[in-house]
Structures are given as structure tokens and as C-alpha cells.
Design a protein around this ligand. Sequence first.
Ligand SMILES: CC(C)(COP(=O)(O)OP(=O)(O)OC[C@H]1O[C@@H](n2cnc3c(N)ncnc32)[C@H](O)[C@@H]1OP(=O)(O)O)[C@@H](O)C(=O)NCCC(=O)NCCS
Length: 157
Amino acid sequence: MNDRILIRPYVAGDADATIEIFLRAIREVSSKDYSIAQIEAWAKVADRGLWAERRISRPAWIAEIDGEPVGFSDLTGDGCLDMMFVHPEFQGCGVASRLLYRVEEEASKLGLKRIHTEASRTARPFFERKGFRVITEQIVEKRGQYLENFLMEKLYG
Ligand SMILES: CC(C)(COP(=O)(O)OP(=O)(O)OC[C@H]1O[C@@H](n2cnc3c(N)ncnc32)[C@H](O)[C@@H]1OP(=O)(O)O)[C@@H](O)C(=O)NCCC(=O)NCCS
């Protein structure tokens, strides 16, 4: 499977595909780690225009399998990995690993010594496997629901 995964830069036309992956990953994968009410609050994109603006405002990447988007990630200039979502049908195939590798290449190009992320309960084991450590547990508010996540970091050089 790994050799079928292609990583390419995000382009403006990817907004709808990334929304679809985001919503499905939360509803079908993260739903094992949070309550129904928490998932409903999290799995919402109220403003598709704002979503599209955010995605294009920073380096971001799409993972494709057979020409279809199956995951996406990004990196802000200050080393924040904001998004890491993989389509439910392609979990455990190495998609996030390939995306993270690309993110780390970018961080290296930018001379960043640290990447940080706010990982869900679902994503924490993935990031730990990749050398991130938990700095702190935190509770974030999303549309009236309170969700636990983990501020994590990985240091380089
Ligand atoms: C977390 C997520 C991005 C991982 O994507 P993925 O493509 O399935 O991850 P990979 O296949 O690249 O896995 C890489 C390694 O992490 C491990 N891993 C991934 N998810 C794991 C989990 N939930 N528990 C334990 N290990 C996990 C894999 O076993 C693999 O280990 P290996 O290198 O020994 O084979 C994906 O599960 C997802 O989209 N989750 C729902 C959305 C979400 O919560 N995103 C994060 C928001 S902060």
C-alpha cells in the first residue's frame, strides 16, 4: 500500500475533499474515543470559506491513493502541525506516516527545531510512535462541549 501513496501540495480545489476526510475521520474513527455529543460538536465545518482560507494560508499536503485524496496535514511557520486526518477506509496503511515525513521535511527546510500539535486521544498513540511527547493534557471547548486533547512536541537537531 505504501508505494501507492502519493504526497502532493494542497491546492485551493482540495477544500471540499479535506472537509469530507475531516468529518468522516472524526465521526468514524475518533468516535471510539469521545462521546456522541463531543463528536457532534467537533465534526462540524460551519464556514467552508473560512476552512478554505485557513488551509491555503500555510504549507499543507494531500495524500492520494490512486488519484483520490485520503489524508491531509499542514505546518504553520511557527512549527504547529494543526491538521492530521486520514480517511476511515485507509486507516493503518501508513498514510499519516507519509504525511508526517513530508511535514518534517518542510520543518527541516524552514530550520525549525520543534514541531508541536494538539493531538486527540485517537491521534496521541500515532504521534508517540513518531517521537512526540506529551507536554500537557488539556481540555478544549468546541461548541459547548469539552474535549480532552494533548499538547505534544517533537524536538529536532
Ligand atoms: C491518527 C491518524 C491520523 C493516524 O493515521 P494512520 O494513517 O492510520 O497512521 P499510520 O498508518 O501512518 O500509523 C503509523 C504508526 O502509528 C501507529 N498508530 C496509528 N494510530 C494508532 C492508534 N490509534 N493506536 C496505536 N497505534 C497507532 C500505527 O500502528 C503505526 O505504527 P507502526 O509504525 O509500528 O506500523 C488516524 O487514525 C486518524 O485520522 N484519526 C482520526 C482523526 C484524528 O483524531 N486526527 C488527529 C486530530 S488531532
